[in-house]
Write a protein that binds this ligand. Sequence first.
Ligand code: ADP
Length: 368
Amino acid sequence: MAIYPKLIEEALSKVRYPGTGKDLVSAGMVEDDIRIDGNKVSFSLLFEKPNDPFIKSVVKAAETAILTYVGPEVEIKGNIRAVSKQAPRPEPDKLLPQVKHIIAVSSGKGGVGKSTVAANLAVALAGLGYQVGLLDADIFGPSQPKMFRVEEARPTMVEVGGRELIEPAENYGVKLLSIGFFVNKEDAVLWRGAMASNALKQLIADANWGELDYFLIDLPPGTSDIHLTMVQTLAITGAVVVTTPQEVALADARKGISMFQSDKINVPVLGLIENMAWFTPAELPQNKYYLFGKEGGKRLAEELQVPLLGQIPIVQSICEGGDNGAPVALNPDSITGQAFRSLAEAVTLQIQKREEELPPTARVQIKG
Ligand code: ADP
């Protein structure tokens, strides 16, 4: 049978919103974006608040009503978007108006290769022709100056439009500022709380980042007040979570993902990156040894229904590239370079997809 928007609306008029007792149509919650593609139906439901307690149950009831009144063949599951007018995050143009996309690079625990992935992702994005900036916000171990071989750089001040701004260092086509430029390594760990948050805010707001396609933030591992500061300061496009396939790392990655998805933080998770997915000796590139277990990251991504953006093998050159200040992504023809290039492509694709999904009005999608 043919499916019409009117039929969908009729079905939705049978569902009541518990908050007011009105049906979804009279309550004005059904957005004007009903799309019908064969049997596939998708549309948005508008909620006042992004943390409305009835979101899940209303979406479920709407699905059931459509299957009951329109027909069991309608593909509706997972196709109802919950949106809200109320943006809990800063408006995108508030800070860094010349930056198109802001990506938080995070991990549940330290040592999983978050900074290595951030550096190589930045270099790979630059290699794809994008303008890229990287903020090293890992106060526990700012390692980006070393990985970009700009350890000795001391950022200067420049005057832009009558303002004195910090000029980022630049190498491999990536603009870089690091908390490590401003504090001795030994003292970095003492830079917690307000001091670190304020310094980072300055590195964002008072720096000459200029026009960027992608601005990456290498966050500290785990959850901290730095995370909160960053989401309150910036309209982050999405977060990527780096993990190894090991059980202990996966448990922490899970916590990291739920932190981003919590009402307090509310940052979309672009996906999971499985680093150290297997070991490959340089002389036997076909061989894969699963040192930390096989495909743990892939399984977690499936379970939490977040995209798996890439699997990066353990290769000696990745470690050496970091130590020598020449990330492997500089060589896109190598196996490792290819892995990071695919990762960069997957990240850009994911961002593109999300932007297409969002209605043109600046509404915020809620995780149902
Ligand atoms: P984190 O930022 O999560 O603490 P790092 O990026 O500092 O982790 O990585 C920890 C160590 O592991 C570094 O010595 C780094 O060079 C190494 N490393 C990270 N990823 C890989 C990989 N895929 N293959 C080989 N060594 C890696």
